[in-house]
Design a protein around this ligand. Structure first.
Ligand SMILES: C[S@@+](CC[C@H](N)C(=O)[O-])C[C@H]1O[C@@H](n2cnc3c(N)ncnc32)[C@H](O)[C@@H]1O
Length: 234
């Protein structure tokens, strides 16, 4: 991946970005379910990788007014549309956007000195040719105990075969290549790092939702809590 990926995305979204939010509403299923399942605490940080028009970030900003929200996207044009949407709204100062590629960004690019509490991949893994590498390189951007949230196309195994064929052909025109190996890869990743994973499918396995939680700080590394004096022990 390099500037080619960014140029390719700009080409793809040059005109589509104007109808993006309206058209994707009908087939990028499970995005709201994923956002609803994210337990964001006040002052926590959330990064969306491949944030597009900031549709998800705006919803998160509405729901969690005290969270700090960040978005990165390969396409400068999509980010222009996102910024135009945010301009003059309450969310303009709450959401920070940057151009960049999955797997090639750091929390320091946003001026932060510590990793994120949550990272979201919403319908972007299926657009990244080396999605495995992008996921592995994203884990260090999450704090210990932090969560990675993924929603994307699944394998449509319980839907008619013709539907799956038509869907995949149609998605190809948009450079979208869902990989049915995503769940197995996430399971292996979680097992390898001793992390936790919850996954479920939606709408006849049309979409996959995954919440991956990085292992917390082991007890022996927890900061020492002050001892409670005995006279307060009641
Ligand atoms: C299908 S859109 C999803 C947008 C948004 N996440 C949503 O759910 O509405 C995919 C977005 O990912 C971006 N994208 C594709 N490949 C990327 C990469 N390698 N790194 C960062 N962003 C990427 C595209 O430019 C596009 O804005």
């Amino acid at each position: 991946m390099g500037m080619d990926a960014a140029q390719k995305m700009d080409q793809q979204y040059r005109y589509q970005r104007y109808v993006y939010d309206l058209s994707r509403k009908y087939y990028l299923l499970g995005r709201d379910a994923l956002l609803n399942e994210m337990p964001v605490q006040p002052q926590e940080t959330v990064l969306e990788i491949g944030c597009g028009t900031a549709r998800n970030l705006v919803k998160l900003a509405y729901r969690y007014p005290e969270a700090e929200l960040y978005g990165v996207d390969a396409s400068a044009m999509m980010l222009d549309t996102a910024r135009a949407k945010l301009q003059g709204t309450l969310y303009e100062k709450k959401i920070t956007l940057k151009q960049g590629l999955a797997g090639q960004i750091s929390y320091r690019d946003f001026g932060l000195d510590k990793p994120f509490d949550h990272i979201v991949f919403s319908y972007v893994l299926s657009m990244i040719p080396g999605w495995q590498d992008a996921l592995e390189k994203t884990l260090p951007l999450l704090k210990a105990g932090g969560c990675l949230h993924v929603v994307d196309f699944s394998d449509q195994q319980t839907m008619p075969a013709w539907f799956r064929r038509v869907l995949l052909k149609w998605l190809e025109w948009f450079h979208v290549h869902p990989d049915p190996e995503v769940p197995a890869f996430l399971e292996q990743l979680a097992a390898r790092h001793d992390d936790q994973l919850r996954m479920r499918h939606l709408a006849g396995r049309y979409a996959l939702l995954a919440h991956y939680q990085k292992k917390g700080i082991p007890d022996e590394h927890q900061p020492d809590l002050p001892q409670i004096p005995q006279y307060l022990d009641f």
